[in-house]
Write a protein that binds this ligand. Structure first.
Ligand SMILES: [Mg+2]
Length: 235
């Protein structure tokens, strides 16, 4: 098994805590988007049967092409449709979008194997942005809380990535100093910038299904880039 740059870095820096982002790092929300919007379209047609079908098709296409981090798929959908998320149609769409997610969500490639391999060799954590009621069903589907030492959800602690304070919750919960901790995530602005702000090693897993956000000038490059989670299989 090849020893990737990322796993060498973890070993040479004496990392004992490995933290993961959830969405599009451990679980594949990008791949779930088409199924989620099938549910959204059904909900919109049910809530507002008179909705112009051509407009709906355009909103659907725009949503799937949107960058979920920068503008959000649902936001792009609402913008084309000319509704707000608070309107009755918007609320029905949002409910459908969120409710179906745990059912259609799958692991990212290599994630369960990697967590099983690291279990007992490293302290493990998850640091995720989002409301508890949306993040917890995803965590529960894969029993993730039982596979790691600590789960930090931004909606539960009141701070979100890239704020170093959310990583401080994880470091406190696991008793590991920042210099011995690494975080892996798909977002440069949330995961890489946040891990660095907290004094942790930052590993970037670029998005597989979409173009990565451009790295802002004030965000330092990640310490290593992963081709996939299997890059860490030699740890
Ligand atoms: Mg993510």
């Amino acid at each position: 098994m090849t020893n990737s740059a990322a796993s060498r870095l973890i070993e040479t820096r004496g990392v004992t805590l490995i933290s993961f982002d959830l969405d599009d790092t451990l679980v594949d929300t990008d791949a779930a988007a088409p199924a989620r919007f099938e549910a959204v379209l059904r909900a919109v047609v049910e809530a507002a049967p008179a909705t112009d079908r051509a407009l709906l098709t355009r909103a659907h296409e725009r949503a799937l092409a949107a960058d979920p981090i920068i503008d959000g798929r649902l936001g792009a959908f609402f913008a084309v449709l000319g509704v707000t998320g608070e309107s009755p149609v918007g609320q029905a769409a949002r409910r459908a979008y969120n409710d179906i997610l745990p059912d259609v969500l799958e692991w990212m490639d290599g994630a369960p194997e990697l967590l099983a391999r690291l279990h007992g060799r490293y302290r493990l954590g998850i640091v995720t942005n989002g409301p508890s009621e949306i993040q917890r069903p995803k965590l529960d589907k894969f029993n993730l809380a039982s596979l790691v030492d600590a789960v930090i959800v931004s909606g539960e602690v009141g701070v979100h990535k890239p704020d170093a304070a959310i990583f401080a919750h994880l470091l406190h919960a696991t008793g590991v100093p920042a210099g011995s901790a690494a975080h892996i995530g798909d977002s440069l602005s949330a995961d890489v910038a946040g891990a660095h702000a907290a004094g942790m090693t930052a590993l970037w897993l670029p998005p597989r299904h979409r173009v990565a956000e451009e790295r802002a000038a004030d965000i330092a490059p990640p310490d290593a880039v992963l081709a996939s989670l299997s890059d860490l299989a030699s740890l």
